[in-house]
Design a protein around this ligand. Sequence first.
Ligand SMILES: CCCCCCCC/C=C\CCCCCCCC(=O)SCCNC(=O)CCNC(=O)[C@H](O)C(C)(C)COP(=O)(O)OP(=O)(O)OC[C@H]1O[C@@H](n2cnc3c(N)ncnc32)[C@H](O)[C@@H]1OP(=O)(O)O
Length: 205
Amino acid sequence: MNGPIASPPTPSAGFLTPTTPPADAVLPPRAPEAPAPGSPLGSHYDQCFGCGPQHPQGLRMTTTAGEGLEVFAEFTVQDCHQGGPGLAHGGLLTTAMDETLGSLNWLLHAPAVTGRLETDFVCPVPVDSVLHIHAWITGVHGRKIYSAAEGRIGGPDGPLAIRAQALFIQVKLEHFTTHGRPEDIKKVLDDSDLMKRARAFEVNP
Ligand SMILES: CCCCCCCC/C=C\CCCCCCCC(=O)SCCNC(=O)CCNC(=O)[C@H](O)C(C)(C)COP(=O)(O)OP(=O)(O)OC[C@H]1O[C@@H](n2cnc3c(N)ncnc32)[C@H](O)[C@@H]1OP(=O)(O)O
């Protein structure tokens, strides 16, 4: 069918909330409990698609704390991550960025979930590439955590392939217990190791 669409759908209110921090946002100090610079951050949940070591098809990403409010991660693009032939699927690259940005939670020691994530795909990323991701907090305003990330091919100074800006919202642990599938929540509650991970975030906003 040709011609203009009679009444295009309009985004719902709030859709265009920016991911850049407002002028009165702050950069808080690292939480005293935050892992030391250079330490691996581990996984917040063993079945997480991004970082869970027990997830059968997951990305199994590992993240390292940087100095200040920043983290570093690596993501190796595998055969099963293809979108175009021999090239990474954009959605998976976005997942890797989301996961790395989510790891910034560890530095503030409070759980937060992605509210908005914007991604620029700057150049194609071939299969077998190692994407070096650097993510940092750009501001905190109440429960809102603003952050940004870059992914470079082959090394920390390699060509820029992807960049992202995000708004995460701090939540209480009840966010997960209220909305999560009950059997998965029960497994976490029944497993002292998994609960220890969850408790790492018990300092609520
Ligand atoms: C015993 C078991 C324990 C297990 C524990 C495990 C430990 C876990 C630890 C760490 C987890 C880290 C996980 C990382 C994984 C990678 C990251 C992801 O993929 S997360 C998944 C995808 N994201 C979602 O599923 C969010 C779905 N959305 C929501 O649940 C709500 O909308 C939520 C919580 C984001 C906000 O809801 P509200 O009711 O709490 O708060 P309101 O009042 O609506 O918003 C607060 C402020 O934020 C703004 N805001 C909210 N959503 C926004 C959005 N989408 N875009 C822009 N602004 C937004 C609002 O305009 C408001 O701003 P104003 O304070 O008024 O200035």
